[in-house]
Design a binder for this molecule. Structure first.
Ligand SMILES: O=C(O)c1ccccc1NCC(=O)[C@H](O)[C@H](O)COP(=O)(O)O
Length: 264
């Protein structure tokens, strides 16, 4: 299963990073880093008719290389100019060709809320996210136990970070709610076979109370998909490949919002 491979690679990376910068030092840096208000993230993800989180990623396990000429800062600037509500930055290096430094450099270039998209398995990675300038982190229910989930949500909150908790099924949604999630994302991609089904978000939406922000992630290609998700009561969408491959990102963002159609 790809998640097991991603966690194994993350454990190695974590050990390497902790040998370079000890946990106590990283935590002190996180406490000293500028803090933003998570309320700004909640507000950004509740913009009517639907908020857009645009993703900066060069590659993925399911698609291989997505952007051959990858310029993370220029991509983020195009997203920000197109009016997205938040930007997701892949920082996982092995499978997504991401880098924590992308987050750092994008932070210096745009003011929109930034999500650290990674496979967080230790509070060290939450500190790293804060130091690099993230406003929001991803926690994936499938790779954490209940204690970790609750603990990491509290640790993130103590640093002023919002948390997107990703679930794939009703049981994981219950675990996310019990852990105290304020934002729940449903990944439409089945990580066993990489098939995508937007109906997963539609089916799981009623299980999440309206006061919790609901994000639909993966496989969103065009305005019809967005219409379907908006009608189901989704608050925000996370879009990666469609925007990464678009030669005119502002036009594609506009089309996703239901504006004029994108001719790309
Ligand atoms: O995309 C993958 O292949 C993948 C494999 C294993 C774990 C996670 C994976 N994707 C992460 C994501 O959640 C997507 O990057 C994100 O939702 C955007 O999806 P898309 O719009 O389909 O690029």
């Amino acid at each position: 299963m790809i998640l097991d491979e991603l966690v194994a690679a993350t454990q190695q990376r974590l050990a390497h990073n902790q040998a370079r910068v000890p946990a106590a030092t990283m935590h002190a840096q996180a406490l000293a880093a500028p803090t933003t208000d998570p309320a700004d993230v909640y507000q950004a993800l509740r913009q009517p008719p639907l908020s857009i989180i645009a993703e900066v990623k060069a590659a993925s396990p399911s698609k291989g290389t997505i952007a051959a000429d990858f310029d993370p800062v220029a991509t983020a600037q195009e997203y920000a100019a197109g009016g997205v509500n938040a930007i997701s930055v892949l920082t996982e290096p092995t499978y997504f060709h991401g880098d924590i430094n992308y987050l750092r450099t994008i932070r210096q270039a745009v003011t929109v809320p930034l999500l650290r998209k990674d496979f967080i398995i230790d509070d060290y990675m939450i500190d790293e996210a804060k130091v690099a300038g993230a406003n929001l982190i991803l926690l994936i229910v499938a790779i954490l136990d209940d204690h970790q989930l609750r603990d990491y949500i509290h640790k993130a909150a103590a640093l002023g970070l919002a948390v997107l908790v990703e679930a794939h099924d009703p049981h994981e949604i219950q675990r996310a709610l019990q852990a105290g999630a304020d934002i729940i994302g449903v990944n439409n991609r089945d990580l066993r076979d990489f098939t995508v089904d937007l109906h997963r978000s539609v089916a799981l939406r009623p299980l999440v109370p309206r006061n919790i922000i609901f994000v639909s992630e993966s496989g969103i290609r065009g305005p019809q998909d967005v219409d379907q998700l908006r009608t189901a009561g989704v608050d925000a969408i996370l879009v990666g490949e469609t925007l990464m491959r678009s030669p005119n990102k502002a036009a594609t963002i506009n089309a996703l919002r239901g504006g004029e159609h994108d001719d790309n």
